[in-house]
Design a binder for this molecule. Structure first.
Ligand SMILES: Nc1ncnc2c1ncn2[C@@H]1O[C@H](COP(=O)(O)OP(=O)(O)OP(=O)(O)O)[C@@H](O)[C@H]1O
Ligand SMILES: [Mg+2]
Length: 471
């Protein structure tokens, strides 16, 4: 929180992420007028609404967008996949997406079948606007309740955290636990290990998900401003205070305040934060009135805060207030199993962004080199490298010579000499394919040439864990 640090990170001035976390609804119907009617009504009711004119395009939307609820017509034009096919596909691949079916006329058999196959609601044509809104409202309650209560559902599955290593499994478990409580969380880890990603996973997995996630980088705000930025100020509090303004604590009311790089907060600011955390109330700069706040704190630092305590750089009492749940994200070089799934994930992501017909592949040696690299910049470094390679390499295959100089000598070093068991090879391949198809089990089973049931059994019996940005 000093100007030197501020200059060092010009692009990271003040970061505020306010997300309103509206529910995302996908409407599927072959009738354009119905699509428009529903989109209109649902958007006015405050939902983010997407439309698709058939099952095919619905699948594409599901692949790329976050969807919470699908409202689909049962009947589609002859020769095309219908709503029941879509329902089955969703229940197979997106366990948390809820489905509402619309049918041509009330017919109990169809209704029973849809509900049996996992549809949440069933509406018969002709329907009124309120029928749809009531159905959506019911499903919404279910989603909200599940977010609050379900211990089985891993919030990480919503937020694109990739990890197959036992060390990341442990991180996932802690995220899960943190999401179910209101306790303060302290996240540590080297730069680029995913601290902010984890903070968001906790917020969106918690009952606070409907309220804002506000991220404040303590390094980027000069100490003189931080107090009014955090707590707000009233009119006339200082010369420039022409009107009163809320601070981040108030903006994040009922949500989560992410205090990034807390190790850079001055001792004065640490004292103020401690008071706020203890008393759960703030006073705006220039006001003596105390305001109650309900904001969860998640703090993060790449510095080792504990070792700063004896040096008098970080307050011990604040440390223990923040460190109720501790999540230490290990560097990538200590969990090399995660490297290949991350490579696959980013290859797919950037190839799609570039609209390539097919993602390029890596030669075995190039993959080996990536796996053996020490990744000082962790996942961010790997992400940037894959993006660069997808953009600049024109060949279908990326070889060792395309990699940065420092990585080219990694082939056949420490980690490659050991022979693997067949099961290990199979598991590694499974996790690669799953990551490559964004976790879509139907597609993965097709590629692997096995049926979905066998795939599910293999996943259940293997030790790997893969979480993708899917609902
Ligand atoms: N396990 C992971 N799976 C997928 N993407 C990841 C993972 N970990 C990190 N990333 C990606 O790496 C980048 C860096 O992550 P993030 O900003 O959360 O790291 P950080 O620890 O906060 O870094 P810094 O200390 O530099 O602020 C982001 O683009 C994030 O999406
Ligand atoms: Mg960060």
């Amino acid at each position: 929180m000093n100007t030197t640090d501020n200059e060092k990170k010009p692009d990271k001035q003040l970061k505020i992420m306010k997300q309103n976390n509206r529910l995302h609804i996908l409407v599927v119907d072959s009738n354009y007028d119905i699509l428009n009617f529903l989109k209109d009504k649902l958007t006015s009711a405050g939902y983010d609404t997407l439309t698709a004119q058939g099952v095919e395009s619905a699948l594409a939307v599901l692949d790329f967008k976050t969807v919470d609820i699908v409202i689909t017509a049962l009947k589609m034009p002859k020769g095309q996949a219908d709503g029941l096919d879509l329902l089955r596909y969703i229940k197979d691949n997106f366990t948390t997406v809820e489905v509402i079916m619309i049918t041509e006329y009330p017919e109990i058999d169809t209704a029973v079948q849809c509900i049996k196959e996992g549809a949440q609601e069933y509406i018969a044509k002709p329907f009124r606007e309120t029928d749809i809104l009531h159905a959506v409202d019911g499903v919404k309650q279910k989603i909200v309740r599940r977010r609050i209560a379900s211990p089985k559902e891993k919030p990480v599955q919503f937020l694109g955290i990739i990890g197959v290593s036992p060390k990341m499994e442990e991180v996932f478990e802690r995220i899960d636990r943190a999401a179910q409580t209101n306790a303060n969380v302290l996240i540590s880890g080297e730069s680029g290990t995913g601290k902010e990603l984890v903070a968001r996973a906790i917020h969106y997995g918690s009952y606070r998900a409907e309220s804002p996630f506000v991220s404040v980088n303590c390094t980027a705000i000069p100490d003189s401003l931080l107090e009014s930025e955090l707590f707000g100020h009233v009119k006339g509090a200082f010369t420039d205070a022409k009107r009163s303004r809320q601070g981040f604590f108030q903006i994040a009311e009922k949500g989560t305040l992410f205090l990034d790089e807390i190790g850079d907060a001055s001792l004065g600011m640490q004292a103020k934060l401690l008071r706020v955390i203890q008393n759960k109330e703030i006073n705006m700069v220039g006001s003596s009135q105390m305001l109650k706040i309900d904001t969860r704190i998640i703090a993060a630092s790449h510095k080792d805060l504990k070792s700063m305590i004896p040096k008098g750089l970080f307050r011990e009492d604040l440390y223990y207030r923040l460190d109720v749940i501790n999540i230490a994200i290990p560097p990538l070089r200590e969990r090399r199993e995660d490297i290949l799934p991350l490579v696959s994930f980013y290859l797919k992501k950037f190839s799609e962004e570039m609209e390539l017909e097919k993602p390029p592949t890596f030669t075995d040696n190039a993959l080996q080199a990536l796996k053996n690299n020490d990744w000082q910049g962790n996942v961010r470094e790997l992400e940037n490298l894959i993006q660069r390679l997808v953009v600049i390499v024109e060949a279908e295959q990326i070889g060792v010579s395309d990699l940065p100089q420092s990585m080219r000598f990694n082939v056949n070093s420490k980690n490659s000499s050991q022979f693997k068991t067949l099961k290990e090879v199979e598991e590694e391949h499974l996790s690669l394919v799953l990551a490559g198809v964004g976790g879509n089990k139907t597609k993965a089973a097709q590629i692997l040439g096995i049926d979905r049931k066998t795939l599910r059994q293999k996943i259940a019996s293997s030790k790997f864990h893969i979480s993708l940005d899917k609902k």
